[in-house]
Every structure is written in structure tokens, then in C-alpha cells.
Design a protein around this ligand. Structure first.
Ligand code: NAP
Length: 460
């Protein structure tokens, strides 16, 4: 069964859900389509009232939302609360700014007058991952509902209760039925939805494999897509970096959300002269983390989302070692119930090792030493991915130079504060295309139309 809540801290199944049958799916699509005709004519002020009410309800019920995420995918409870509050911030941000972002803009042609105006596409199909079970939904729901689109959403199989809770949130906030519909559907049904003429755009956040399949299907239908895919972000440490301040970012960057973040620091690229010191301190800091129940505030190391995720990661580490990588620490499951992985460091990963290019979605550090800044940039760019990256240095100008040299969608200097409602998020290469959040995020699925007025003279 695809849709199952299984607590990864205990391995116990909490709840299972049936998939929609084809009649139920058809009803959901036709309701969404009818809703669009009303929603697109609803004023920004009315839409904003609903979306900001949803934000308020999230904040008022932060503990209930957070507990559900912790139960279903093992996120540590304080991180889960942070995610709920941040999701509310995103909804509020678009409630406040959508009208200005989508306001008509005047152009200045040589003859006559012209302006650009926007209108929503229609029903969008969104496919979302489990790792941020609310934030990912807020990232599409906030901008796209405010733009006047309506959404049918397929969430990941392991977080059905979070998916249902978010749909209920919008209904409770006053959204009309059909504005946001959660669909418990199979991959086959997802393909048929992409083919359906009522669907006007497709947004995916997920793996490269899902991106290839969904973008190909949408491409056959000439439908606009946005793709937020995986990453293998570089964490570059220059020789002048303050290690006392850098190490906590390294730990947070790799271990936040048990290492299951698209833009997590995954490849640590450290200049040779400080590499030994960095590695020593990093190891010591990772050893401090305490595995435990993610519901317990004192836990600093939670489980992976599912047993399947753990099995895959263990296999990736074994393969990396079999192909020549050195295991500096960890590499095994933790001897306790639940799907826990030891914090792990791999070094000596040569370019012919699959680990050199693959994404490790969990607490696994790939460590590289390089001779200088240019070699750090070259190694950071020797990746199929291009989501984000970071550089740590005492010299801001040097940091900016490195940031400009790395080919990704986002770079962070002396921090990895990945996401803010107003900052565009997204990547290049296998990390996908398009942007979510900020002004760019709301422009992805609107028609920006040219309207030109001139005197009624016959063409010259
Ligand atoms: P995944 O397997 O691709 O799943 C993501 C979503 O896509 C799920 O809802 C999944 O449904 C669905 N899906 C997968 N293949 C599909 C298909 N052929 N047809 C229809 N739906 C399909 O991704 P994951 O491994 O669980 O999630 C982690 C990945 O997402 C990582 O690579 C991570 O880097 C990436 N990610 C990227 C961003 C970003 O903003 N760039 C943010 C977060 C995560 P089922 O669960 O039913 O299979």
C-alpha cells in the first residue's frame, strides 16, 4: 500500500490509506476545474484573507502539526515546529505581496501604449516530497493560490496524515472546495493527470528520477513545469576560516533534518593547510550528537524517514567503501529500534567512485581536501547537481569571488541560511529548473501577457 504512516522511531505502522479510485479522481479534477473559474475572479484581498487565516491556524496549532511530522517522518520536534512556523510565514508573505508582484507593468514602445498583465494558468498538478511535509506544500500553495491558480497535489506516500492536515487547514481557513485538493494516487494515475487537458502546469520537488519521468510526460503534453530536484552541495572551507564558528555550521548543514535536505552540505571541500584540524573538530562535534526519540526535545540525532531510506543509504556507503573510499567514522545502522544511521564520514572518494557524483540523503559526509581556492571551485563544479553551496572565509571579498565561481542556483557565504520567504530557491543542472519563493516563485505559472494600444491607422 502506497500511503502509510509508519513511525520511523519505532517501525510501527500508525495508519494506512486507500488510494483514490478513478471516479473519485475524476470528481476531484472536475471540482478543481469548476473552482478555478470562481477562484480566478476572487479578489486578491479575499484570497489573502483566506491564506493569512491559514497561516494563523498553523501557528495556533503548531504543536499538532509538528507532532504529526515527527510521527510520520521522524523530524526532531523542535525542527518540526520551526518548519510549521516557517510554512505560516510563507503563506503570510504571499498574502501580503502577491498583488504587487503580479501588478500590471507599463512598457514604453515607440508608438502607442503597452503594458504587461498577468493571469493564472488554471489547475496545477504538484508532486511533493516527504522531507519537509508542510514547507514544500506552503511553497506551492502560498504563491499559486494567491496568483489565482488552484492545486491538485500528490504528496509522498509516507506522509499521508501531514498531506491531509494541510488540505484541511485550507478548508478550515475558508478556501473553497477544489482550491487545494490532496490526492492519494498512484504513479500511474499521476501520469494520467499530467495528460489531462484540464491540467495547465506541473510542479515537482523530488528526486532526479522522478524529475525525468514527470518532466518527460509533461513535455509530451507541452505543459510548463518547474523542477526542484536533488543536490550535492559543496561546503567550501578556505584556509583563513574561523573553525570555531565554521564547525557548528558544518554540523548543522549536514545533520539538520537528519541530513535529508536537498540543499544540505554534502561535499566538504577543505583547503589542505587546515583540512586535518577541520576533520578532527568535525568528527568530535558529530560524535556529540545523541540518537533518540525525535519527540524528545533532548534528542539531537533523529531517525531517517523510512526503513527503505536507511537501507538505501547503508548500501550507498558500502558501495563507496568497496570502490575505494575510506570510512573515517560510522557507516552502520545504530543498534536500537527504528531507522537510525550512524553519523558517517567518507574520505578518499575518487572520481571513478559512484559516491563522487551521487547524492547521500542522510548523515553521511563526503570529505575532500584540495590545494587551493581554484581547486575548491573546480571540485565544487565537478558535479551533476547545481542546487546550492557555501563558502567559509574571514575575507568577504574572497567569499564573493568563490560564490561567483561556483555554478549553482544559490550560494551562501559564512552561513547556510537556506531559505527565506522572500529569497528565490532553486537550482541548475540535475537540480532542476525554475524557482520557488520570492517574487520569482509566483511568476512560474502565470501568463504574462502583452497588451498594446495604438491609434486605429492602417498598417504602413
Ligand atoms: P521522490 O522519490 O522523487 O519522491 C518525491 C515525490 O515524487 C513523492 O510524492 C513521490 O511519490 C513522487 N514520485 C516519485 N516518482 C514518481 C513518478 N514516477 N510519478 C509520480 N510521482 C512520483 O523523492 P524522495 O527521494 O522521496 O525525496 C527526496 C529527493 O527530493 C531528494 O533527491 C531531494 O534532494 C529532493 N528535494 C529537492 C528539493 C528542492 O527544492 N530542490 C527539496 C526537497 C527535496 P511516492 O512517495 O508515492 O513515490
Amino acid at each position: 500500500m502506497t500511503y502509510q504512516s509508519v513511525n520511523p522511531n519505532t517501525g510501527k505502522t500508525l495508519k494506512s490509506f486507500d488510494e483514490l479510485n478513478d471516479q473519485q479522481l475524476e470528481k476531484a479534477l472536475s471540482t478543481a476545474q469548476s473552482c478555478f473559474h470562481v477562484w480566478k475572479k476572487t479578489s486578491y484581498a479575499q484570497r489573502a484573507a483566506i491564506i493569512s487565516r491559514a497561516a494563523g491556524l498553523m501557528r495556533a496549532n503548531v504543536d499538532e502539526f509538528a507532532k504529526l511530522a515527527t510521527l510520520e517522518m521522524g523530524k526532531r520536534i523542535d525542527e518540526a515546529r520551526g518548519e510549521v512556523n516557517f510554512s505560516a510565514d510563507i503563506l503570510d508573505y504571499y498574502a501580503r505581496h502577491a498583488e504587487a508582484f503580479l501588478a500590471p507593468t507599463k512598457l514604453h514602445p515607440k508608438v502607442g501604449e503597452a503594458h504587461m498583465e498577468t493571469s493564472p494558468f488554471g489547475v496545477l498538478f504538484c508532486v511533493e516530497p516527504w522531507n519537509f511535509p508542510y514547507y514544500q506544500l506552503a511553497r506551492v500553495a502560498g504563491p499559486q493560490l494567491m496568483a489565482g491558480n488552484v492545486l491538485v497535489v500528490k504528496h509522498a506516500g509516507c506522509v499521508p496524515q501531514c498531506a491531509i492536515a494541510f488540505e484541511k487547514l485550507l478548508i478550515d481557513a475558508g478556501a473553497p472546495v477544489g482550491a487545494y485538493t490532496n490526492l492519494l494516487i498512484s504513479h500511474k494515475q499521476a501520469e494520467r493527470i499530467i495528460d489531462d487537458p484540464r491540467i495547465q502546469g506541473v510542479a515537482l520537488t523530488g528526486s532526479v528520477a522522478a524529475g525525468r519521468s514527470i518532466a518527460a510526460r509533461a513535455g509530451q503534453n507541452l505543459k510548463k513545469t518547474s523542477m526542484e530536484l536533488g543536490g550535492s552541495d559543496a561546503f567550501i572551507v578556505l584556509d583563513d576560516a574561523d573553525l570555531e564558528k565554521t564547525i557548528p555550521w558544518a554540523v548543522w548543514g549536514r545533520m539538520y533534518n537528519a541530513g535529508q535536505t536537498c540543499c544540505a552540505a554534502k561535499r566538504f571541500i577543505v583547503l589542505d593547510s587546515i583540512a586535518d584540524r577541520f576533520l578532527e573538530k568535525f568528527k568530535a562535534a558529530l560524535n556529540e550528537l545523541k540518537p533518540g526519540d525525535p519527540m524528545d526535545e533532548k534528542t539531537t540525532h533523529g531517525p531517517l524517514s523510512t526503513e527503505a531510506a536507511l537501507t538505501q543509504l547503508l548500501k550507498q556507503v558500502d558501495d563507496a567503501v568497496a570502490k575505494g573510499a575510506t570510512l573515517v567514522m560510522g557507516g552502520k545502522r545504530i543498534d536500537r529500534p527504528g531507522s537510525f544511521m550512524q553519523t558517517t564520514i567518507l574520505t578518499d572518494i575518487k572520481p571513478d567512485n559512484p559516491a563522487f557524483r551521487d547524492e547521500f540523503f542522510g548523515p553521511v559526509v563526503s570529505f575532500f581536501r584540495v590545494k587551493d581556492e581554484a581547486a575548491a571551485i573546480a571540485l565544487a563544479n565537478d558535479s551533476d547537481f547545481g542546487l546550492g553551496g557555501s563558502v567559509f572565509t574571514a575575507d568577504a571579498a574572497r567569499g564573493k569571488r568563490v560564490a561567483s565561481g561556483v555554478d549553482t542556483g544559490m550560494m551562501f557565504i559564512n552561513n547556510i541560511d537556506w531559505s527565506d520567504a522572500e529569497l528565490p530557491f532553486g537550482g541548475i543542472k540535475y537540480s532542476g529548473y525554475g524557482r520557488e519563493l520570492g517574487n520569482m516563485g509566483i511568476q512560474e505559472f502565470v501568463n504574462t501577457k502583452l497588451v498594446r494600444t495604438a491609434h486605429l491607422n492602417a498598417p504602413a
